[in-house]
Write a protein that binds this ligand. Structure first.
Ligand code: DC
Length: 227
């Protein structure tokens, strides 16, 4: 398969540090950063607003797709702002409520198809760093470089707890670790585009690495590696 030179794919489970790292790698490479998890979260938010948490049937959610507008608006300097029906939903999509339901919505094949089409359109935006669960396996199997980030469950729970607003009040390391483990299980076991390392992705265990070390490792590999 021809190599798509302009795409760096970063995949991995929840709270593995992907977003922080991918944004910094993009900055260093002068590339556009795309967080695909936020797209699944925005669809989930739209569905929760319309149907409530008891009503997220596949039929309802898929039927809703024709009625919503989800755009990444180019705001310059390689930055894109995610808008749902024209509204900036950056904060609301990080809520514990959205986190609880997002892997259910992300398992719906028609939702994935709808979003993957939007994700592939970014290939026209110059160099891109795209992060998610299936970027190296499904969205851009021909990406120039692929990385699969992981970290121990305890480290990931600590990182998630440190991110203000993403956990319910009273959350502990063990309750957050349990929530992350449940989401990973659903993401890994879904029949369509499961969370999985691409055979040709470089595995990076970030448990004992600083953010800067991970960024350097990835950016050096992209800049210095053979094309
Ligand atoms: O990266 P994140 O935790 O914000 O992602 C939220 C959810 O979206 C995650 O539980 C799985 C789903 N997702 C996906 O299925 N495919 C992607 N490419 C990105 C995210």
């Amino acid at each position: 398969m021809a190599c798509r030179k302009n795409v760096v794919a970063i995949d991995g489970p929840a709270a593995s540090g992907k977003s922080t790292v991918a944004a910094l790698v993009a900055e260093r490479l002068g590339a556009t950063y795309v967080n695909t998890g936020n797209m699944y979260r925005a669809v989930t938010l739209a569905a929760l607003r319309r149907f409530g948490d008891a009503g997220l049937s596949e039929e309802d959610v898929v039927g809703m797709l024709g009625d919503i507008e989800l755009e990444y608006t180019n705001v310059g300097d390689g930055a894109f702002a995610l808008k749902l029906d024209g509204e900036d939903v950056g904060m609301e999509i990080r809520s514990p409520e959205v986190a609880k339901f997002v892997s259910k919505v992300a398992a719906m094949p028609a939702v994935r198809e709808w979003l993957v089409k939007k994700q592939r359109a970014f290939a026209d935006e110059g160099t891109i760093v795209m992060e998610g669960r299936d970027i190296g396996t499904v969205v851009f199997p021909d990406a120039k470089r692929k990385f699969f980030l992981s970290a121990s469950p305890e480290v990931r729970a600590k990182r998630r707890l440190a991110q203000a607003g993403e956990c319910v009040d009273g959350a502990t390391i063990s309750s957050v670790a349990k929530e992350i483990a449940e989401r990973d299980k659903r993401d890994m076991e879904r029949p369509v585009s499961p969370l999985k390392k691409a055979d040709d992705a470089i595995a990076v265990d970030t448990s004992d690495m600083t953010i800067d070390e991970v960024v350097d490792f990835i950016a050096d590999n992209v800049e210095g590696g053979a094309t």
